[in-house]
Design a protein around this ligand. Sequence first.
Ligand SMILES: Cc1ncc(COP(=O)(O)O)c(C=O)c1O
Length: 416
Amino acid sequence: MKEVTGIGSGRATTARRGALAIDGGKPVRTKPLDGPYPGALMMGREEERAAVEVIRSKSLFRYYGPGKPTRALAFEEAFASRIGTRFALGVNSGTSALRTALMAAGVGPGVDVLVPAFSYIATSHEVVACGGRPVFVEIDDSMLIDPSDIENRMTPAARVVTPVHLFGSPADMDRISAVARRLGLRVVEDCAQSCGATYRGQPVGGIGDAGIFSFQLNKLITAGEGGAVCTNDPELADRAVRHHDHGNYRMPGNIPNPFKGVQTFGENLRMTELTAAILRVQLGRLDDILGRLRYAKRSIVQQIEGLPGLRLASVPDPEGDASAAVMMFAPTADLAKRIVAAVQAEGVRVIQQYGGVPMYAAPQMAAAGYRMGQCPRTEDLAGRSIMIGLTTTWSDKDLADIGRAFRKVCGAFFPN
Ligand SMILES: Cc1ncc(COP(=O)(O)O)c(C=O)c1O
């Protein structure tokens, strides 16, 4: 594979037919593609009606009000049923869900949590927010936690491991569960980006001791913000309910517990009735959303598979992939940056997710004593990674344009 070094430099100024847009050529498309808002772009009358009903009821708080609030509980019951867990607790963000689940799983001062080195920063921050310490584990070429590195990173204080099912792609839960069992670790699945994904047929979020979800705007279903904690463990559910509501136990209905009132420390991380009402409608759209994302991913993968200079990330369970993104690698970090810039210039939004660096590269992590070099494979893969975030509204023409932009750029960078 030959690389042409002058291509894609962005330095040429005169327009040339067939040239890359970054070098002054005509872009593949000028009309922006819809952004990565899979659930939001599907919103319609039903969400509108659900929101208006809550406003008319004047009962926007889940536990009491002038009317009879029912939406948060109804969403929790429907969500638990979809994920296949005994309990689901609605909260106000994925970050709150992480904190609630980690707290409920016993994370606190003196406790280490094994986290993949590549994820959204909240996966680390919430360990710190609980008073614990994140310990970073390598990813493999799925861009997800490498099960074979978990034991290498084990510490005497480690009690929890948090696999993250990034981009809708389920992590290898058989191997993760096996090593966690052997090491005595609890498993908190971060499913913020993978609502509806399955691993060997089982929904993610119900495989470990707890699973957390985000309903922020970019997620598969959304109310702008929102989150959920799922579990089959009544004790963990009880602790989660208390933590998210100042230590109170006032879950109406689905978690049996004889105790009432403030008994432990806690916070206010509660879900509103408005959020829950919108999410209940969005949940009903989830299969349609998954179908559209999977169609988009299949189309793009077919078009770019085998292009010179690109290798697709592996997917541990392709059948369960919720397909929120297509993830791939360039041969070097420098080429990844140049390909991203060149494809963007063609009118197609691609990015290096999280800046193409591990979580510990963030300045606040360096200030906390974390150093580059601790997960060299993650640094290499993240640096070479390129991501297309998918959405539900792209037409076949849009998908063909994405393929054309990649073929054009790869053809120019790697002739033969
Ligand atoms: C992997 C992961 N974990 C946690 C979160 C936090 O979710 P939220 O933005 O709803 O707080 C996100 C959000 O992007 C995420 O991608």
